[in-house]
Design a binder for this molecule. Sequence first.
Ligand code: NI
Ligand code: MN
Length: 231
Amino acid sequence: MKITFFSHSTCLLKIHEKYLLIDPFFSKNPIYNKIDYLEYINNFKKIDYILLTHAHYDHVCDVELLTRKFNNVLVISNYEISNYFEKKGIKTYGINYGSFISFPFGKLKYIWAAHSSVFNDGTYGGNPGGFLLHTDEGNLYISGDTSLIYEMNIIPNFGKLKLSILPIGGRYTMDIEEAIIASDFLKCEKILGVHYNTFEAIQINKKQAKKNFYEKGKELILLEMGKSIYI
Ligand code: NI
Ligand code: MN
């Protein structure tokens, strides 16, 4: 599995020949004041799925742009978010907490998150969540925006995680201290940190963050824009 980071919570997963884009945030992302986001989007070979954790604009604002540009994208999210985009003529697949669902790339489960979820126009965005993704290339947990929650203890019961993608910027989500405890709950030694340094309110010291994880026997991976890791 190849995971490419595009700042904030936006990651592109390549699982065999399927491309899954998580929480696309390009056009309104302040990082792209300096870089043209279309250069990145134009470089995408294709997108098969868009996974949305919750309805905040920094996770959903480019769904229409991307589904117009790429054909046959299936948007997977909670029931309310799916309905919102279905009404705009986008192909969606609504899910909620409680079971694995099989897709050609593996099986997916919507997982609890402690956060909020509302669209910029005020539309209710259902319960916020994350995704547990089990594939033949390994298991991955994408928490979405959330605080530390005790429920994370349940997740490793479904199978050993190779990697967890966790927010570490604080204020609206977990900070570094909470994310380290989360990685204990998840029994996961490798964390890809997201949701930091995009805005003034979520600044972190990258070197210090990595050191804090390292001292607890964990690895914090922080990718530069457009860079990838393989698991
Ligand atoms: Ni949020
Ligand atoms: Mn967010």
